[in-house]
Ligand binder design. Structure first.
Ligand SMILES: NC(=O)c1ccc[n+]([C@@H]2O[C@H](COP(=O)([O-])OP(=O)(O)OC[C@H]3O[C@@H](n4cnc5c(N)ncnc54)[C@H](O)[C@@H]3O)[C@@H](O)[C@H]2O)c1
Length: 485
């Protein structure tokens, strides 16, 4: 292997790499081959303590700096990430198995966007002046303190930045725990931030499974928890954070609807369905995996979709021509294959794919089921893999009610050339992130997050500031103060 995937050490604390081999080893497996490419160690109680203490001691001075000074460091880190894009993309590909064709334009790029955006915003975070006759109130927008970030495995660099950038811009310190499946990329984010001038202790990365995450969430030194993960984990983390009355952001799972009307541009609609189901081998939280297709175009849609899926280049993720890679792990591959078996057992019609690929690594074919009914398991549960469920409809009000009939509310999309219908449907969706004639765009300028069981709070955009800062209000009396006795 030409790229050094083994990090200098497992953790990054107080501005430097730290190792503690007493922690249980965690093997990092390259999903395209099944080969072990690195080993890190789970954080011991001493490592957890060191990271939280470092964050606690560094935060006050950072919070007292001007926003301009903080922002300058974040923007420098953004430039350094862009300059290192190739190496970071290669590492992301080894960590996740996602094709370099994707990682080279999405992951470090999106992370750098977040650092640049929140770096630019840091100096604008001010309070307000509220006149009350001759008295007045002013507000101060203050940091929360120590924020814990806990990541999922599908976008390790992006998640580390989407949480770190707004947290740091607002004057907080962060302890980030990546997913145990993809522990490598966040270490590089920490390295770059400190090389860009971030004072030590402000962005710490420690490794571990759910037990390390749980220890962080319940620690009294922590003021806020931001989780990206599944709904079941979200329920546990939200409950543990509530016990300590901590702030939370919950970026959880979904089973999002994508509605395609008979007046839609078919080629664009097929593109949307492909992007919303097969990008990153289907391992995207906001994917539109329930594709409602108007009966009048069902045949044409499935035909064109199958033709285009047949042109997917499936293979070595490091080959720039490859457009579809493996699942992140053997475990995730078997979860997906189980769902495919359930779809067949429930009587859904397999239109494309449906099997593990006959090659090394954890590859599952892009898979499409048609004639799916609302109550089938493959239409109700998040699969988190390349499995599209196509459902029929012919009435607008009915399809909107069916689209919303789910515990999830992360994303939703509609393809139609009818302007008023597009906005009517978008207004009717019970979802935090909606798309008209496109799918899965996630620019840093736009709020991102879920409603219902899919989450609490928003990442990106000005909205994220509300979740990484708090308002203090100061009443100022200008005259004498009267009291009853
Ligand atoms: N909404 C979003 O922005 C978004 C983005 C990406 C992924 N996701 C979701 O993430 C899921 C896939 O990722 P995953 O399999 O890594 O999710 P997961 O819920 O299994 O794990 C997420 C993280 O939580 C940690 N964790 C597990 N139990 C914990 C506990 N009790 N306390 C604290 N931390 C704990 C894990 O170690 C991991 O780092 C999918 O459901 C997907 O939809 C959501």
């Amino acid at each position: 292997m030409s790229y050094p995937t083994q990090p200098t050490a497992s953790h990054f604390i107080n501005g430097q790499y730290v190792e503690d081999t007493d922690g249980a080893p965690i093997e990092v497996i390259y999903p395209a081959t099944g080969e072990v490419i690195a080993t890190v160690h789970s954080a011991t109680p001493a490592i957890i303590d060191a990271a939280l203490d470092a964050a606690r001691s560094a935060q006050a001075a950072w919070g007292a700096m001007t926003g301009t000074e903080r922002g300058r460091i974040l923007r420098r880190a953004a430039d350094m990430m862009r300059a290192a894009n190739h190496d970071l993309s290669v590492l992301e590909t080894y960590d996740t198995g996602k094709p370099y064709q994707e990682t080279s334009v999405v992951d470090a790029t999106s992370g750098a966007d977040a650092l640049e955006y929140f770096g630019g915003m840091a100096a604008t975070l001010t309070g307000e002046h509220i006149p009350l006759g001759e008295d007045w109130v002013y507000t101060r927008r203050e940091p929360l303190g120590v924020c814990v970030g806990i990541g999922a495995w599908n976008y390790p660099t992006q998640i580390a930045c989407w949480k770190g950038a707004p947290a740091l811009a607002c004057g907080n310190a962060m302890v980030f725990k990546p997913s145990e499946t993809t522990p490598l990329c966040a270490l590089k984010v920490a390295e770059i931030l400190h090389a860009a001038g971030l004072p030590e202790g402000l962005y710490n990365v420690i490794q571990g499974l759910g037990d390390v995450g749980a220890a962080l969430v319940s620690d009294a030194r922590v003021d806020k928890v931001s989780l990206t993960g599944s709904v079941p984990t979200g329920r546990k983390v939200y409950a543990a954070a509530a016990a300590g009355i901590k702030h939370v952001t919950m970026e959880l799972g979904g089973k999002s609807p994508l509605i395609i009307f008979d007046d839609a541009d078919l080629e664009n609609a097929v593109s949307g369905a492909i992007l919303g189901n097969f990008y990153s081998s289907g391992q995207v939280c906001s994917n539109g995996t329930r594709v409602f297709v108007h009966k009048a175009i069902k045949h044409a849609f499935l035909k064109r979709l199958s033709e285009r899926l047949a042109t997917a280049v499936i293979g070595d993720p490091m080959d720039p021509q490859t457009s579809f890679g493996p699942m992140v792990s053997e475990r995730q591959m078997s979860i997906v294959l189980d769902y495919i078996a359930k779809g067949q057992a429930e009587g859904a019609r397999l239109v494309f794919g449906g099997a593990r690929m006959d090659r090394e690594g954890f590859y599952v074919q892009p898979t499409v089921f048609a004639d799916v009914h609302d109550d089938m398991i493959i239409a109700r549960q998040e699969i988190f893999g390349p499995v599209m469920a196509v459902l029929d409809f012919d009435d607008e009000a009915d399809v909107l009610a069916r689209a919303n009939d789910t515990e999830f509310g992360l994303a939703a999309g509609v393809f139609t050339c009818d302007l008023t219908r597009a906005h009517r449907i978008a207004a009717g969706f019970q979802a935090g992130t909606c798309y008209i004639n496109t799918y899965n765009d996630a620019p840093v300028e736009a709020p991102f997050g879920g409603s219902k069981a899919s989450g609490v709070g928003r990442e990106n955009s000005k909205a994220a500031i509300e979740h990484y800062s708090q308002i203090k209000s100061v009443y100022v009396r200008m005259g004498d103060l009267e009291a009853p006795f």
